[in-house]
Design a protein. Structure first.
Length: 155
């Protein structure tokens, strides 16, 4: 983790993963190191629990109420897009990293076969609007994920 006094680089472009945003250069999404991780069954009824954690972390990082709400909705939308793709009995895993006014989220589910998410949907437009970065993580054939980054200073 970077020194808290050190300036963190600008928000990286989509496709550029860094340790600052919670996704080090890893090939497997099964275990993504993050300070806070929530694991629940891939069930739509459990998404509100993950959403609550996201909102709490953003509030603790001193995001304003609109930004907290934006992150809460983005996490909800990301999880809602991933849960239907999960293999039977799979877990929804959401890792959160909070660094210097930024919250990074890596949400992922195991899949039975390689798949990807459409990025031309209304739901994806919502993700793109509510966050600074929204990116599909589909390089691991056993997992599909979404990386989100919300910066307090850009709201």
């Amino acid at each position: 983790m970077p020194d808290p006094q050190q300036r963190v680089p600008e928000v990286p472009a989509a496709g550029v993963a860094t340790e600052v945003d919670g996704l080090p250069d890893v090939t497997s999404l099964a275990e993504v190191p993050s300070p806070v991780e929530v694991r629940v069954h891939a069930d739509p009824a459990l998404i509100p629990s993950v959403r609550a954690v996201a909102a709490d972390l953003a509030a603790r990082a001193d995001f304003d109420l609109d930004a907290v709400s934006d992150l809460r909705m983005a996490v909800d939308e990301a999880c809602s897009a991933l849960v239907p793709l999960a293999s039977d009995g799979g877990q929804l895993r959401c890792g959160f990293t909070v660094v210097d006014g930024r919250v990074a989220v890596v949400a992922r589910v195991p899949v039975d076969r390689p798949t990807t998410l459409r990025q031309d949907t209304f739901g994806w437009r919502v993700l793109d609007t509510l966050t600074d970065v929204a990116e599909v993580l589909d390089r691991d054939p056993s997992w599909i994920g979404i990386r989100l980054l919300k910066d307090r200073t850009t709201t």
